[in-house]
Design a protein around this ligand. Structure first.
Ligand code: NAD
Length: 296
């Protein structure tokens, strides 16, 4: 396959490299020269512009920061230059409304389009083990799945256009809310004289059990590879969680859905971010709730 890959940042760099590793011809473009150099070293062919990267390809994959970038790159560069036969796949995390608007514009011009945001961070992007949630026409899914294959450990069709983004923000809203609940419980356990490590043993086998406990415990010790064991570095940045919670609130307001716990979580992560911890893993919010930011 010939693939035009746009956006070679923290996530896109590893994803494009995995497409090249799988034997596809990857025409790569990013505004950053450093990102282009890294893509070249990873076996991609650097292009001089988005137009050059998409002109003669079977598929276009984009991994850009946010909705406005995706709207602009598709309207101004991808749609006017890609062949109509190219399958267009946007893997960025963006608002549902932008995903639907871009899909409508692309389909109006005769293209097939999929929103396919991912779960998993940069380590999964590098390893080719991301989970993709796809919004597309049912008839296009098999081809989308094949194109995504080298970057994925799971590809699930969520529904029609926009459903991939809806799945992503609903999932991350659960994660944001559950992490704060777990952190509050740990901070309270400590004040009540209950050892947080003992609390892990109990809660991980009781009805409070959830991913934020068993796979990502925010107190150092019980979960070996959790960011709490490395000073809350790496992992899923607070600023990224905040972005997703904002998208969730935007979507809830637009759809008339009540999401009060999501709003609370957004406010708390916004505070943690404003205090200067936006680049720390989101589970570090435990230290804010313990009143121990000095330990971060
Ligand atoms: P990033 O900022 O590292 O990468 C984005 C890249 O897009 C940058 O290299 C930038 O130069 C490039 N870019 C911006 N505008 C462009 C344009 N007009 N043309 C070409 N290139 C352009 O961000 P990232 O961490 O790679 O995240 C990308 C997307 O993936 C975001 O939507 C993010 O929310 C989502 N995501 C990130 C993670 C994560 O852990 N980093 C996890 C899941 C999803």
């Amino acid at each position: 396959m010939r693939i035009g890959f746009i956006g070679l940042g923290n996530m896109g760099g590893g994803m494009a490299a995995n497409q090249a590793k799988a034997g596809h011809e990857v025409l790569a473009f990013d505004l950053s020269q450093a990102a282009l150099d890294r893509a070249k070293a990873a076996g991609c062919a650097p292009a001089a512009s988005v137009a050059d990267a998409v002109r003669d390809v079977d598929a276009v994959i984009t991994m850009l920061p946010a909705g406005p970038h995706v709207r602009q790159v598709y309207a101004e560069q991808v749609l006017p230059n890609a062949p109509k036969s190219a399958l267009l796949i946007d893997c960025s995390t963006i608002d549902v409304e932008s995903a639907r608007a871009v899909a409508e514009q692309a389909r109006g011009q005769g293209f097939r389009f999929a929103d396919a945001p991912v779960s998993g961070g940069t380590a999964a992007a590098d390893a080719g083990t991301l989970a993709f949630m796809v919004g597309c026409d049912e008839a296009d899914f098999a081809e989308v799945e094949t194109a995504i294959g080298p970057m994925a450990r799971a590809v699930i069709r969520a529904g029609d256009h926009g459903a991939g983004q809806a799945a992503k923000i609903c999932n991350n809203m659960v994660l944001g809310v559950s992490m704060i609940g777990v952190c509050e419980a740990i901070a309270m356990a400590e004040k009540l004289g209950l050892d947080p490590e003992r609390f892990f043993e109990i809660a991980s086998k009781s009805s409070g059990q959830c991913w934020s406990i068993t796979s990502y415990y925010p107190w150092p010790g019980p979960v070996e590879n959790a960011p709490s064991n490395r000073g809350y570095e790496g992992g899923f940045a607070t600023a990224m969680m905040l972005k997703d919670l904002k998208l969730a609130q935007q979507a809830a307001a637009a759809a008339g859905a009540a999401a009060p716990m999501g709003a609370q979580a957004e406010g708390l992560f916004a505070l943690f971010d404003r205090l200067g911890y936006g680049s720390k893993d989101f589970s570090g919010i435990l230290q804010m709730l313990r009143g121990r930011l000095n330990e971060l």
